[in-house]
Structures are given as structure tokens and as C-alpha cells.
Design a protein around this ligand. Structure first.
Ligand SMILES: C[S@@+](CC[C@H](N)C(=O)[O-])C[C@H]1O[C@@H](n2cnc3c(N)ncnc32)[C@H](O)[C@@H]1O
Length: 283
């Protein structure tokens, strides 16, 4: 499979980290649940799904560890893209690494855990992910939920992109481009901008408790100009791939937005990109 470009994951990491500050109440709720359902001294198993090069796992570890005193944390990173997982291995040498497609998760993770840190006791498993649900299919979501239910675990799935973005100053083309981008992201039965909502709805149908919150990226010109330019350029490339008829409009829009991001055009540009966070409790 094709993974995310490592330099893209590197570039977005500070913006993801800042956005996930808004996810802390859900993370604290997950930690509280794990403390309630396990004894001091016991081992908790944390599995980051779609771990990429390990940026999201690093964030989860940094924020979860102080919230889980008197527990041993066994970390595992799962991804379907071998080169990314190899980089994650260098960043996280003390974690288990599992090369697996999400659809194979119930069997593959079961075997991997038996061979490494052992089968988690009920209530001691936390599945995490960040910026992953949009690239999954319904079958992948079902595989994740089957895994969660099997271990009566918790799922903390952050930064699932939605269709909405808000640019100030606004431009009538913003909405057209957002819609065309959302269409592009649904190729191959992927859930795209519906990933977070689909996970939440599918979980509710299985009787799993669901909490949600929001964690938008907040991008500001001119300090974030370089990242904004890359983000917009990649969006425009995707839009043109989905709808070649939008090429001229998208190129003009990108040229204007690049000038605004550089702070050279009137008031500075600000961009909010919406994300949904989902906390699942299958205990
Ligand atoms: C946008 S990246 C996020 C990486 C990481 N969570 C982070 O925040 O830096 C999405 C990751 O999901 C992985 N992925 C996408 N679809 C997958 C699938 N069906 N099975 C396993 N991994 C998948 C990709 O290889 C990629 O590493």
C-alpha cells in the first residue's frame, strides 16, 4: 500500500500537536476509565493504529503516561505501510511493531499481542489513532470495532478530518474546492470526511458508548505561510485530479491564497480545518 509521505507527517506534526490540545478532555476521560478498570501495578496495552512514522504515538505517550501512574504501559504501533513502520521503529524502539492492514486487525493483533506483551485483560486495552479514519473503509471500521469489543477496550480516535474548513477572508471558491476535495478523498470506498461520524455511528449500533469533540487546526498567516502553502497546493492537486474542469479556478484561487498566506495582500489569512475526535468505551 501507499503510505503518507514522511516529510508531510513531519510538517503537520506541530499543527496536529497543537490541535490535539483540544482533545485532552477526551484523553483524560480515557485515562480515568483505564484507572478504574485496572489494578495498580497492572499492564495496560496501548495500540496506535495507522501509526505512520510514530508522530501520533509519541504524542499519546507524552500525554498519557503522567495520567496513568502505577501502571506499566505496553506500546504497539500498527500500520499497513512497511517503510513508515520502519521509521516508527527507530523513533519507538521499545514498542511492538505490527505490519497489518486494518481489515486484518482482529486476527493479526490477536496473534501479535499473544507473542509480545500478552492478551490484554478486559478493560486494559486502549486503541488510539490520529488522522486515520478518513482513509479507512467501512470494512476497516468494522474490523477495528470487532477488536475493541473482543477485549472490552477503549478507542480514542483523534483528528478525523471533516468536510468543513473556514477561511478568513472568505472566497466563494472555498466551498467548491472543499466539496471537490471531499469527493477525491472517497476514492476506493474510503470514508473520507465521513470517517469520524461513521466510526461513531457504527460503534453506537454495536452498543458501544460514544463521546465526541472537535479539534480543528488553526493556521495563521504569515507565521504558518509555508505549511498553509503546502496544504493548499496538495488540496488543489487532489481537486484537479477529481475534477479536471476546476483547474483554472483552483489555480487562480491558489495564487491568491498564497499571496494572502505570505501576508502580502491586505489582512492576513486565517484557516480553520475541522476535525472530529471520537472516544469509544466497549467495557
Ligand atoms: C495520515 S497518516 C497518519 C499517521 C500518524 N497517525 C500521524 O498522525 O502522524 C495515515 C496512516 O494510516 C496508514 N493506513 C492507511 N490506510 C491503512 C489501512 N487500511 N491499514 C493500515 N494502515 C493504513 C497509512 O500507511 C499512514 O501511515
Amino acid at each position: 500500500m501507499t503510505g503518507a509521505a514522511p516529510d508531510w507527517l513531519e510538517a503537520r506534526a506541530p499543527f496536529d500537536d497543537a490541535a490535539r490540545q483540544q482533545s485532552l478532555p477526551l484523553l483524560e476521560s480515557a485515562a480515568h476509565n483505564l484507572l478504574e478498570s485496572t489494578e495498580p501495578g497492572s499492564t495496560l496495552t496501548v495500540v496506535d493504529l495507522g501509526a505512520g512514522t510514530g508522530k501520533s504515538a509519541a504524542w499519546f505517550r507524552r500525554h498519557l503516561t503522567p495520567l496513568l501512574p502505577d501502571r506499566q504501559l505496553a506500546w504497539h504501533l500498527v500500520d499497513g505501510h512497511a517503510p513508515s513502520l520502519q521509521l516508527a521503529g527507530q523513533a519507538f524502539p521499545d514498542a511492538g511493531h505490527l505490519l497489518s492492514m486494518m481489515s486484518d486487525l482482529p486476527a493479526a493483533l490477536g496473534e501479535h499481542l499473544e507473542e509480545t506483551s500478552g492478551r490484554p485483560t478486559p478493560g486494559s486495552l486502549l486503541l488510539t489513532c490520529s488522522a486515520v479514519l478518513d482513509v479507512l473503509t467501512q470494512a476497516d471500521v468494522d474490523a477495528v470495532l470487532t477488536t475493541l469489543t473482543r477485549y472490552r477496550g477503549l478507542g480514542l480516535f483523534l483528528l478525523s478530518i471533516t468536510e468543513d474548513w473556514h477561511l478568513d477572508p472568505a472566497d466563494p471558491r472555498d466551498e467548491t474546492l472543499a466539496r471537490a476535495f471531499a469527493d477525491h478523498q472517497r476514492w476506493g470506498a474510503k470514508l473520507g470526511a465521513h470517517g469520524g461520524q461513521t466510526m461513531a455511528q457504527s460503534a453506537r449500533q454495536r452498543g458501544i458508548a460514544v463521546e465526541t469533540s472537535e479539534s480543528p487546526w488553526q493556521l495563521r498567516a504569515p507565521q504558518d505561510a509555508e505549511f498553509i502553502h503546502r496544504f493548499f497546493t496538495e488540496r488543489v492537486d487532489a481537486v484537479v485530479e477529481a475534477e479536471p474542469g476546476l483547474q483554472r479556478e483552483a489555480a487562480d484561487w491558489l495564487e491568491l491564497r498564497t499571496r494572502q498566506a505570505g501576508g502580502n495582500e491586505g489582512q492576513g489569512l486565517s484557516v480553520t480545518v475541522d476535525h472530529l475526535d471520537v472516544l469509544l468505551n466497549a467495557r
